[in-house]
Design a protein around this ligand. Structure first.
Ligand code: 5GP
Length: 197
């Protein structure tokens, strides 16, 4: 695999951490530099979500075909029976163009990507405390109790893995979190192997 010229940035964090909003604010703040990967998923679209913008919404068969054809850089069963994955080709293309390619993926996916791109920058986003995260997830009120419990369980597992990341961004105030994220990304030379935290 050729050496990427851009910067690969992995952003993970539990559901309710606000990472999607943070990443879209980053893209607005750095429109020339940042490209945000659009993942594939087998979950159905939520109201307002557009195919090719929020996600590529695929049938399980199509998702499986993409895995078999090597079209996904990584993939994971994030919730029972629901798969998510990163299309490989656009990531490589934008890295070649020198972009900061942002992958908003779960911890399992992050580990897979690091095998191919050990120089990737890894960032974990979370609120100040577990209690705050739980409050946010319950406050959404969009899910039945069973779905909420599943989300909390996944969130707890992800929370426990935060030490695997190079950087921690506490997202209590979005503007401050955004500035912290930009500082992290600007301080690094393109594609530099980065081991410090
Ligand atoms: P949601 O269904 O709420 O949009 O996303 C659920 C979770 O799936 C997110 O927290 C995110 O970490 C994870 N996710 C989204 N896209 C990908 C992907 O392409 N690969 C992996 N491994 N996880 C993803």
């Amino acid at each position: 695999m050729s050496v990427p010229q851009g910067k690969l940035v992995i952003v993970s964090g539990p559901s309710g951490s606000g990472k999607t909003t943070l990443v879209s604010r980053l893209a607005q703040a750095e429109p020339e530099q940042v490209w945000v990967s659009v993942s594939a998923t087998t979950r159905p679209p939520r109201p307002g979500e557009q195919n090719g913008k929020s996600y590529w919404f695929l049938s399980p068969e199509e998702f499986r075909r993409q895995i078999q054809q090597g079209q996904l850089l990584e993939w994971a069963e994030v919730y029972p029976g629901i798969y998510y994955g990163t299309p490989r080709q656009p990531v490589e293309e934008h890295l070649r163009q020198g972009k900061w390619v942002v992958l908003e993926i779960d911890v399992q996916g992050a580990q897979q990507v690091l095998k191919h791109f050990p120089q990737a920058t890894t960032i974990f986003v979370r609120p100040r405390s577990w209690e705050e995260l739980e409050r946010r997830l319950r406050g959404r009120g969009t899910e039945d109790e069973q779905a909420l419990q599943r989300r909390l369980e996944t969130a707890r597992r992800e929370w426990q893995q935060q030490t695997l990341y190079q950087y921690l961004v506490i997202n209590d105030k979005i503007d401050e979190a955004l500035e912290q994220l930009r500082r992290i990304l600007h301080q690094q030379a393109p594609a530099a192997p980065s081991s410090e935290s």
